[in-house]
Design a protein around this ligand. Structure first.
Ligand code: UT7
Length: 325
């Protein structure tokens, strides 16, 4: 018997306000053509005045509970993956816990920026496999609009706000093979030598404010293409898997060119890749659960299918998770 963390349900929340590339043309020296060609982004959602990361996380978490036919009493762990918390402390996870009425249990935030959700799946899986949690609410939630320099065209056109959530549930029917449902394999990395190519200009222990996103886009792009290609190869090799066994690729949504590069490496057609970057932009830790929720809710991802998640973010951090839905 192997305890597996099965994705029981998904949920999402996107702010109502849509900001198009044309809207951005009025704010900075950019064009719809440049943004679309270089990144694949056409529009993104921006949180309303006063709408916070916790608000979005709570809405996504609630949707995931409803989707699974669950109540707060069924949950015994909360992890929120975010780099844009409401406060330096306490964690957004305790806002979620309090708002949803979840009884005392482990609740904390995890910060691995755009790799946050992939890191979160790995950490949550350890809580489930160790028997500490039976049903854990894992959320990726971000309000990057708060930490963008809206005069910097090299960053402000790329990001958006939103939240996605899953409920991970212990399943004891696993046989310890790749035919099991649930999280099957994961691999995480970070390389702190690359911390200077994507960072915020401030923080509580330095400038005492959150600062703004600063990015050497070309360098990050280069690392993303090569690290995503090598990590998906590693997942396949270590599991003795051929790419055709993977039904869906759910990549972090930063740039369509990076996504297409990874799909090509896997020999997967884009019809097997879940893409939301055109409509959501880069929502950091929220991008993967938002994409997952979309493809589950519209019926593309079905029970029993094999899904590969992968992401790269500031740190640099990167990782991949293989799961059977
Ligand atoms: O989620 C975390 C990971 N993040 C990523 O994966 C992002 C990785 N990077 C990228 O996606 C791409 O590097 C970008 C989309 C950010 C940029 O694309 P690029 O093809 O690497 O362009 P670039 O940075 O080399 O810029 C090319 C030109 C520059 O002008 P010059 O120096 O060639 O005259 C920029 O100044 O485009 C200019 N530029 C813009 N022009 C219009 C930069 N930003 C803009 C803009 N509108 N918004």
């Amino acid at each position: 018997m192997t305890i597996r963390s099965v994705i029981r349900s998904t949920g999402a929340y996107l702010p109502e306000r849509v900001m198009t590339n044309q809207d951005l043309e009025k704010i900075v020296d950019t064009s719809d053509e440049w943004i679309t060609q270089r990144s694949g982004i056409r529009e993104r959602r921006i949180a309303a005045e006063g709408e916070t990361t916790a608000d979005m996380a709570i809405a996504a978490g609630k949707a995931a509970l409803e989707h699974g036919g669950l109540s707060a009493a069924d949950i015994d762990g909360v992890i929120v993956c975010t780099s844009t918390p409401n406060h330096t402390f306490p964690a957004v996870a305790v806002d979620v816990q309090a708002a949803l009425g979840i009884a005392p249990c482990p609740a904390f935030d995890l910060q691995a920026v755009c790799s946050g959700f992939v890191y979160g799946l790995n950490v949550a899986n350890m809580f489930v496999q160790s028997g500490q949690c039976k049903r854990l609410l894992l959320i990726g939630a971000e309000k990057f609009s708060s930490i963008l320099d809206w005069t910097d065209r090299t960053t402000c056109v790329l990001f958006g706000d939103g939240a996605g959530a899953v409920v991970l549930e212990a399943d004891e029917t696993g046989q310890g093979t790749l035919d099991d449902r649930g999280i099957l394999f994961s691999r995480l990395y970070a390389d702190g030598r690359q911390k200077g190519i994507l960072y915020t200009s401030g923080g509580p222990a330095t400038t005492q404010d959150s600062g703004y996103v600063v990015m050497e886009g070309k360098e990050v792009f280069r690392h993303a293409v090569s690290n995503m290609a090598s990590i998906v190869s590693e997942v396949l090799e270590e599991n003795d898997l051929s790419p055709d066994r993977i039904d869906w690729l759910i990549p972090h949504q930063a740039n369509i060119r990076i996504i297409e590069g990874t799909a090509k490496k896997l020999g997967m057609g884009m019809d097997k890749v879940v893409v939301t970057v055109d409509r959501h932009g880069n929502t950091s830790a929220a991008s993967i659960p938002l994409a997952l929720n979309e493809a589950v809710r519209d019926g593309r991802i079905r029970k029993g299918q094999m899904v590969l998640f992968e992401a790269l973010g500031a740190g640099l951090t990167w990782g991949a998770v293989l799961a059977r839905f």
